[in-house]
Design a protein around this ligand. Structure first.
Ligand code: ADP
Ligand code: MG
Length: 567
């Protein structure tokens, strides 16, 4: 079975093409979004999703979120003594989504379309593909998130339209794409973004704003990582509250003592002004790259949970001189689009007329030397071969020649980026080809770059004089060990004891009760504590009926407490 997956920085979702429409699959808690969070305990106990996020406040050192920001780098995280790569962590989320599909349909998915930010580079794309493979999913295609959102938007409102802009602000990444649909072809005209900007940054800005308003002595009692985790979680809650109210209370409980601060929309807007300003640049770049005038955009389509913030909507209204379009579900559009792409790949009914064309998000090229008018050589100059926002798939060739007399070989260093000096761009790999010794400039070397629909790069270097060719299908140096690595990662993850899917609900409930316990003192605290003890006792009985009854009882108690909350 082929599924569509939005593997987000903050939240992930999975959807299927079913009965002629894309459909989201709920997780064990009945939710369509699964937080991209992983938590481990000593002995290899593992939590993924909501349950992991719940452990963030109590076990920040053993819990990780936003690991998508590390994907494609060599960074690792160690949770409760186990070292994991960003691919491993992503694979754990993917596996949990696959479990949900299996629970819903009775069939284990084996293939997936996974979405990535349009602005993801080569390394990040390859790492995402590896994560899928570690999770036991063959990744049929990677598609850009805004493209997926555009598919969901375009399909909801079939027919030809003027170019529209997809504005996707998630938890950790920001993506802008300009898309056109014409006679069943979805064409991404340009993409730009900032993969270091999202809701997380607004949380950080809010923490910075409120921290000085809270009593320092109380906060100082917390270890640094717990302090940051508590403040960040509270900031996110406050930020959400500010999406529907003019004022909200920021509150954390430290050692049973509630610390609070009032935050106004105005105060928050001021604190976030610097971030809001950063939303402009990618919009301008995308418009410029495809030579489209802002006035000819038919819609500004909002995607990503962070576009719910009024401060962002206000800024957009100002930027575009009109209200953005909020008709697609900001949290679901990307996964739904991935499922549409899955439907297209598996020949789903009603979809034969749609095709997608996408663009390369970065300029790709090689390191060269050039001679200036005075005859001096300048080294380390970037020679673009495929320019950013070229439609993919694409194949382009450039001819280069030798620099020195009797040169025996030529090495091409491959880079992506927009800077003129290669050292400011990202190096993807290297390719060396032998050449016959001749005077400088007399041996030609052809370099061909081919970029496929998943945004993966293939490079061929040919010396026409000798017919020698070299191919670098795998640009990433790390990829050489890929197959072995994937097998090893899989084994490592198998050793971890993931909670059975039906336990997710219990784990989440315990975490919720523990939070409630921490939030009270006195009699209320005692009642919650007793209820918690009773519930864990029921779990030990291992009788599903007893557990279900106890779960209902504890949920009722917590709901009642929430209903009497002063907020
Ligand atoms: P990603 O694509 O990075 O996984 P999402 O699109 O799921 O992220 O968006 C997550 C972000 O959206 C988080 O920063 C979250 O705080 C924010 N968010 C979700 N709902 C709201 C809301 N009602 N108000 C403000 N921010 C929200
Ligand atoms: Mg997203």
């Amino acid at each position: 079975m082929l599924v569509g997956i939005d593997l987000g920085t903050t939240n992930s979702a999975v959807a299927l093409w079913q009965d002629g429409a894309p459909q989201l699959v709920p997780n064990a808690l009945g939710k369509m979004l699964t937080p991209s969070a992983v938590s481990l305990a000593k002995g290899g106990q593992t939590w993924v999703g909501e349950a992991a996020l719940d452990r963030m406040a109590t076990h920040p050192a053993d819990t990780v979120t936003s690991f998508k920001r590390m994907i494609g780098t060599a960074s690792t995280v160690t949770l409760a003594g186990t070292t994991l790569t960003p691919e491993d962590l992503s694979a754990m989320v993917l596996r949990s989504l696959a479990d949900d599909v299996e629970a819903a349909t009775g069939e284990r998915p084996t293939e997936a379309v996974i979405t990535v930010p349009a602005y993801f580079n080569e390394r990040q794309r390859r790492a995402t593909r590896r994560a899928g493979e570690i999770a036991g999913l063959e990744v049929r295609r990677l598609i850009n998130e805004p493209t997926a959102a555009a598919l969901a938007f375009g399909l909801a409102d079939k027919g030809d339209r003027e170019p529209f802009l997809v504005f996707d602000l998630g938890g950790g990444t920001f993506d802008v794409s300009i898309v056109e649909m014409f006679e069943g072809i979805v064409e991404v005209r340009a993409s730009a973004g900032d993969n270091r900007l999202g809701g997380d940054d607004f949380d950080a800005a809010l923490v910075k704003l409120v921290e000085p308003m809270l009593p320092a002595e109380a906060l100082d009692r917390l270890p640094a990582d717990r302090r940051r985790a508590l403040l960040t979680l509270a900031a996110e809650r406050t930020r959400r509250a500010l999406s529907t109210a003019e004022e909200a209370e920021f509150s954390v409980v430290v050692a049973g003592e509630p610390l609070t601060a009032r935050v106004t929309t105005e105060g928050f807007e001021e604190a976030a002004a610097g971030l809001v300003k950063r939303l402009r640049d990618p919009v301008i770049r995308a418009l410029r790259d495809c030579h489209i005038d802002v006035k000819s955009l038919s819609d500004i389509v909002l995607v990503g949970g962070a576009t719910r913030m009024p401060v962002v909507r206000k800024a957009l209204t100002r930027m575009f001189g009109r209200f953005p379009n909020a008709t697609v579900h900001p949290d679901h559009a990307v996964a739904l689009g991935a499922a549409i792409q899955a439907g297209l790949l598996s020949g789903g009914e009603g979809l034969e007329e749609i095709r997608i064309t996408d663009v390369a998000p970065f300029t790709l090229g090689v390191d060269t030397a050039t001679r200036d008018v005075h005859g001096r050589f300048h080294e380390g100059i970037f020679a673009p071969i495929i320019e950013r926002n070229s439609p993919v798939p694409i194949s382009r060739m450039e001819r280069f020649s030798t620099l020195a007399d009797n040169q025996r070989q030529v090495t091409f260093a491959i880079y992506q980026g927009e800077a003129r000096e290669v050292k400011k761009n990202v190096k993807l790999g290297e390719l060396t080809v032998p050449v016959p010794p001749k005077p400088a400039g007399e041996v030609a070397i052809d370099v061909r770059f081919t970029y496929d629909t998943s945004g993966l790069l293939d490079i061929d270097v040919t010396v026409p004089a000798t017919g020698t060719t070299r191919n670098l299908a795998i640009v990433d140096e790390d990829d050489r060990r890929t197959q072995k690595d994937i097998a090893e990662s899989r084994k490592r993850l198998e050793k971890l004891k993931v909670h059975p899917r039906d336990e997710a609900e219990n784990v989440a409930l315990i975490a919720r009760a523990e939070r409630a316990y921490e939030g009270f003192t006195g009699a209320a605290r005692e009642v919650i504590g007793q209820a918690l003890t009773d519930f864990t006792g029921a779990l030990e009985k291992q009788d599903p009926r007893i557990i279900a009854a106890a779960r209902e009882g504890l949920t009722r108690l917590l709901d009642e407490i929430d209903a009497h909350s002063p907020l």
